[in-house]
Design a protein around this ligand. Structure first.
Ligand code: NDP
Length: 446
């Protein structure tokens, strides 16, 4: 029996849109369903608006910094409503671009769910497809402390009418530390509560320590090793040690879970794993060979560029000349904290577990802050496998770290050795040149 579509993509976020438009470009008859605005989490309530907020938060300090360079400038008041209005206009523009990218696809602005392994119900219709891609992403995990209904999650912050003076953040992961920097930069009093001894579990220890120091220096009040026990209607936070925090807004950032509820996966015979994630093989296929899952719904590397790579590869494999190869084992990442982090490859602890590891480490005051007098340090680190002399990790906490680490990640993916870094001539005066001028080993690990 012929199907209505060659491919039906459920979810119009980064991964789904890339998969759909590549497949349509290869000549497939494609449909995409998205119940929210086009572009998904990244465009609407994630990477893009978050980075605009990071930029907003940097201007106040930049004005203060400028005084050391002779400017007689004073930081004025920040107007949150202007930021939100301008951000909304930019996101609407991006929504339109995403929609136009799917000009060759049939689009449904509605929720889709499986009726059977080849049938989808969407916008009151039933349609069939030979192949189906699940690209529904994730959603914030709700907190379970008493008074959780008084807390917001990251989705909510982008639509708030006002930002109150005192904010308590629960969670020391990506979102927790990024918004700690945003709120502090916008002049708010920030309390950051996290259960580990340092923020950003899984990151290199020197970066974790450096970021905790930098946040404390900015006046962010850190509560390591703590959890929230209760939040009252008046927004009084009580921690597990009995300490109380008077605050105006509680922002919970305890991770994200795959958004697979209500998709009808049972009707499709698709199995789920931990937290409702969809397990897939190396071709993105689920246990149903014609149904695929890409991006955050698989709960592996929950990053936009990975979802895009998976969607693109899948479309090429199914309808194109063959899949493009991506280095998904070495994926660079950034945390837009203050200062930001760029990281790629193994941490010191991970590399040391494999054998003796040479560690190169620099911590210095960046040039701008020699005059601004803002107490701010940059940390840069190279992790080198001693036996092969390959650079297996590069980590940076400091201005422009994500921009710099993107370039370094090419070298690491290409298998560059420390000698390759050493024979590369630096660009002066930059922070980036430190990556090619680190000569003295700080220590051997492992
Ligand atoms: P993360 O997984 O990064 O961090 C979750 C935080 O919540 C951790 O500090 C974790 O502690 C803590 N936590 C989890 N459960 C509990 C609990 N029951 N009690 C107390 N603490 C708890 O999640 P985020 O929400 O910050 O971000 C979600 C995802 O979004 C990220 O993992 C990332 O994939 C993506 N993201 C990427 C960004 C980027 O690329 N720059 C930016 C923002 C988000 P512990 O570490 O001890 O487990």
């Amino acid at each position: 029996m012929p199907y209505d579509f060659d491919l039906f993509v459920i979810g119009g976020g980064s991964g789904g849109v890339r998969c759909a438009r590549m497949a349509a470009g290869h000549g497939a008859k494609v449909a995409v369903a998205e119940e929210g605005p086009w572009g998904g989490t990244c465009v609407n309530v994630g990477c893009v608006p978050k980075k605009l907020m990071v930029m907003a938060s940097e201007y106040g300090n930049a004005v203060a910094d400028s005084q050391g360079f002779g400017w007689n400038a004073q930081t004025g008041q920040h107007d949150w409503t202007t930021l939100i209005a301008n951000k909304d206009a930019e996101i609407s523009r991006l929504n339109g671009i995403y929609k136009r990218l799917m000009a060759n696809c049939t689009t449904f602005e509605a929720r889709a769910r499986f009726i059977d392994p080849h049938t989808i119900e969407v916008a009151g219709k039933r349609v069939t497809a030979a192949r189906i891609v699940i690209a529904v992403g994730g959603r914030p995990i709700d907190p379970d402390f008493t008074g959780a209904e008084h807390a917001i999650v990251s989705d909510d912050i982008f639509h708030m009418n006002a930002l109150p003076p005192r904010i308590t953040i629960f969670g020391g992961g990506f979102i927790g530390v990024e918004f700690a920097g945003i709120f502090a930069g916008l002049g708010r009093q920030v309390d950051l509560v996290y259960r580990a001894d340092l923020p950003l579990r899984g990151f290199d220890e020197d970066l974790r320590t450096g970021l905790a120091e930098a946040m404390a220096t900015q006046g962010i009040r850190l509560h390591p090793g703590r959890t929230i026990r209760t939040v009252s209607a008046a927004k009084q936070v009580t921690l597990d040690n009995g300490q109380t925090i008077e605050t105006d807004l509680v922002f919970s950032a305890l991770g994200r879970a795959p958004d697979t509820g209500d998709l009808g996966l049972d009707a499709a015979g698709v199995k789920t794993g931990a937290m409702g994630s969809i397990p897939v093989d190396e071709t993105s296929a689920t246990n149903q060979p014609h149904i695929y899952a890409i991006g955050d719904v698989t709960h592996r590397i929950n990053l936009t560029p990975v979802a895009i790579a998976e969607g693109h590869t899948l479309a090429d494999r199914l309808f194109g000349p063959g899949p493009r190869h991506w280095h998904l084992d070495v994926v660079a990442a950034a945390v837009f904290s203050s200062p930001p982090i760029g990281t790629v490859g193994l941490t010191e602890a991970e590399a040391a577990a494999n054998g003796p590891t040479d560690i190169y480490l620099e911590k210095f005051t960046p040039m701008r802050h020699t005059l601004s007098k803002r107490p701010r340090k940059t940390t840069m680190k190279l992790i080198v496998d001693q036996a092969t002399q390959k650079v297996v990790g590069a980590h940076m906490l400091g201005e422009d770290a994500p921009e710099i680490i993107q370039g370094i990640s090419i070298a690491i993916n290409a298998g560059a050795t420390k000698a390759d870094f050493d024979r590369t001539v630096g660009i002066h005066p930059t922070a980036a040149e430190e990556f090619v001028t680190m000569r003295t080993r700080a220590r051997v690990s492992g």
